[in-house]
Design a protein around this ligand. Structure first.
Ligand SMILES: Nc1ncnc2c1ncn2[C@@H]1O[C@H](COP(=O)(O)OP(=O)(O)OP(=O)(O)O)[C@@H](O)[C@H]1O
Length: 228
């Protein structure tokens, strides 16, 4: 069974055709790059997979069924969709603790995910003073709370400095080496090329290309060709 499958998915916003007859699968244990020009429909697709936007046509399954039918959603999929709005007056630890309680997860998870994203030293600080990169790490920590099998990340490299990008690469690589699955949208092709084993390219809401990546693939070249 695929980790994620999208079948003839379509979404119109009024007269705007954001996603059009899109089908693809993401296999377990792979790191798949989800790429395409601005407005190609990446975020809309990710939001439909996560049950946050209702498709106009078609459907998406995650972990074997529609998101809304998952028995334990937080243990199946963790998502970071955009630089999430955190309450500026709360600490990172308090944020995570509130999410942990709401999801009914074990107490030890908060310290565990803080360590996973290398945020333990700043966990007691107010999030209002966090840099963009620290917010990205906190958002990732929130997604990891349920120890999910599948991670869906929308432009997680936004705001990360070179050290942060290198850290994220190592983190995602290690995550998939545990047999877990990552679907990540990004515009930073040189970064994702180093770790992705598969790519899905969108153009104007449609599938422009999908396939495995080898060390010889020039992802930027491929992207320019199929989105031209
Ligand atoms: N809520 C909405 N209402 C109206 N139009 C929308 C809405 N959400 C997305 N769109 C439109 O759908 C199209 C696809 O947008 P989407 O955000 O999915 O693209 P994207 O590939 O994620 O772009 P980017 O790389 O810029 O983040 C765009 O034309 C966008 O303006």
């Amino acid at each position: 069974m695929s980790a994620i499958s999208v079948t003839h998915l379509g979404k119109s916003f009024g007269g705007v055709r954001a996603v059009d007859d899109l089908s693809f699968t993401v296999e377990r244990g792979t790191l798949t790059a989800f790429i395409g020009p601005n407005g190609a429909g990446k975020t809309t697709t990710l939001r439909m997979i996560l049950g946050l936007v209702t498709p106009t046509e078609g459907g998406a399954a995650i972990g074997g069924g529609p998101y809304r039918d998952l028995e334990r959603p937080v243990s199946t999929v963790g998502a970071v969709l955009e630089a999430t709005a955190f309450h500026p007056g709360l600490s990172a630890r308090t944020h995570l603790e509130a999410l942990r309680l709401a999801a009914g997860l074990e107490p030890g998870r908060v310290e565990h995910v803080l360590e996973q994203v290398d945020l333990t030293a700043s966990a007691g600080r107010k999030v209002g003073g966090f840099s963009l990169g620290m917010r990205q790490r906190l958002a990732l920590a929130s997604a990891l709370l349920g120890d999910p099998e599948i991670l869906i990340l929308d432009e997680p490299a936004n705001g990360l400095d070179p050290e942060g990008m290198r850290w994220l690469r190592g983190f995602l690589r290690a995550y998939t080496h545990q047999g877990r699955t990552v679907l990540v949208s990004t515009h930073v092709l040189a970064e994702i090329q180093q770790i992705a084993d598969h790519a899905i390219v969108l153009r104007a809401g449609r599938l422009a290309w999908q396939g495995p990546l080898s060390p010889e693939t020039d992802l930027e070249e491929l992207y320019m060709e199929v989105t031209a």
